[in-house]
Structures are given as C-alpha cells and as structure tokens.
Unconditional design. Sequence first.
Length: 243
Amino acid sequence: MRLAICDDNIDDLCHITALVEQYRRQRENSITYETFHCATDLLDAMNKRQFNLLLLDILMPGFTGMEAAREIRLSDKTIPIIFLTSSREFAVESYRVSAENYILKPVQADEIFPTLDKLLAKISRGEAYLTLKTGDSLVRLPLSKIVYVEVMNRKVQFTLVSGDVKDSYGYLVEFEKDLLLDASFLKPHRSYIVNLRQVTALDKSGFVMITGKTVPVARELFAQTKTAYMKYLLSPNEEGNTL
C-alpha cells in the first residue's frame, strides 16, 4: 500500500511520518509513503503516480486540504482519505467528500493504527462485486462504484459514480440481500437502494447523491432512515468512519 502524507507544518509532518514508519515496522512492511508540504504538490504527484491512501491535513494556507479533497473527488471517488486536523469544525464537511476518518491532532498511534488495519484488511479482501445479467452478458459491478439502485416496472437500474447506468431485468428484491449485507447500503424507499458513501446530504426531499439526483425517502421511513444515516456517519464501521 502506497501512502501520501500532506501537512504544511513540518513538526506535524514529521510526527505523522514517524507513526506511519512505526506502523510499517510493526504491522505491514509492504507499506511505502511519500510526504508533501502543500496540497498542490500532492495533486501534481497524483497525476503522475498512484496512491492507495491519503493522510491529509485540512488547515493549510492557500489551497486547503478540504479543497484538495473536493478536487480529488472529481476524478477519484474511492481513494481513501484520512483527515488530520486540530479543529472539529470540518467534521460534517469531511463526510461530504467520503473521508474514511477524521482524526484530531496530535495524532496518536491508538487512533490511526486501527484505521490503517481496516484499510489494509479491506484491500486484502479485494473489492466486493455484484454480478448482473444485462441483456446476453454478465457484468461485475464493484459495490463501491454504485451510487444508487432504482427499479422501474421490471427494470432495475444501477447508477454508477462514472455516470453510467447498467440495466438488469428483474425485481429489486433479487439484489437486496447482497447489497444490504454491506453497511454502506440502505433502502429508504420501496423503489430505491442508496450507497451512503455516495450521499452528500439528507433533507426533507430525500438523499442528495453525488450525481445530483435526489433519492426519495418514504414518509413512514423518514425517521428511521435519518437515524440510520446519522448512525452510519457518527459510528465506527467497516469503512472507518469515526468522529
């Protein structure tokens, strides 16, 4: 796993790098890492080489870590981002760019090591897929790439982060079991299943997805849906979302 560590404060950068090196020696020798003093240098590097995880300071002068994350998400919806900061004020906003974790400084080993453990385990398990029959062919869809699923008559449509839509004839119930086993998926309406990692907001109209689509929430399910969504945001889970 290749990490990028970005922080404008040299003391914080050295401290975080030392923790990653400690983790590498104790847990996972295959980890490599690269350090950056500003977000623009990180973005330039990402155009030339691939990283598996970003450790990103939020409060940097000029181009902030949050601004960098928004730009990264325009082209890469899935790379894990761990925010490191001295302030809690960006906690909610961090989930809008699908951050894996939000850790307050000074970062401690007992906070960052469990997140790295989960990410490594996730990578070693490999991506989870759903197999669809579309016409005469079979298509494997990575679950992380699904934004939402909608059924219309007997056509089940899978909208992906790329904007593509995959159609499969059948009923939503045929896919529910596999999707809802993943804690990131929720059924807020009899005709929809959403990937909570691809949600930007929840309001009275429903879930606002990264594609701009608003997925409705059934009136009788709104309270429990809101509770489930807040629990997903605020509680530790397999993807590492913690406050």
